[in-house]
Design a protein. Structure first.
Length: 69
């Protein structure tokens, strides 16, 4: 794991960036073939996990609202 210039953690998986790493929620981002994928995990019993994909940068605000809900 490395810390990038913008202070985000990156892993050996190319393009995987940790956006949020907190006790309440973990969120990673991977950019692929024309889209951005966020994986959101909320601990609990059972664990709640969601994948949010979007193509347009303008959709990031809507994706953020979903990820934080």
């Amino acid at each position: 794991m490395e810390i990038s210039k913008d202070n985000q953690k990156t892993f050996a998986v190319k393009g995987l960036v940790v956006i949020e790493d907190a006790a309440r929620r973990d969120r990673t981002e991977a950019k692929g073939m024309g889209s951005t994928d966020w994986n959101v995990t909320v601990p609990g019993s059972p664990v709640c996990e969601a994948r949010i994909s979007f193509k347009a940068a303008a959709s990031a605000a809507v994706a953020e609202k979903i990820a934080l809900s």
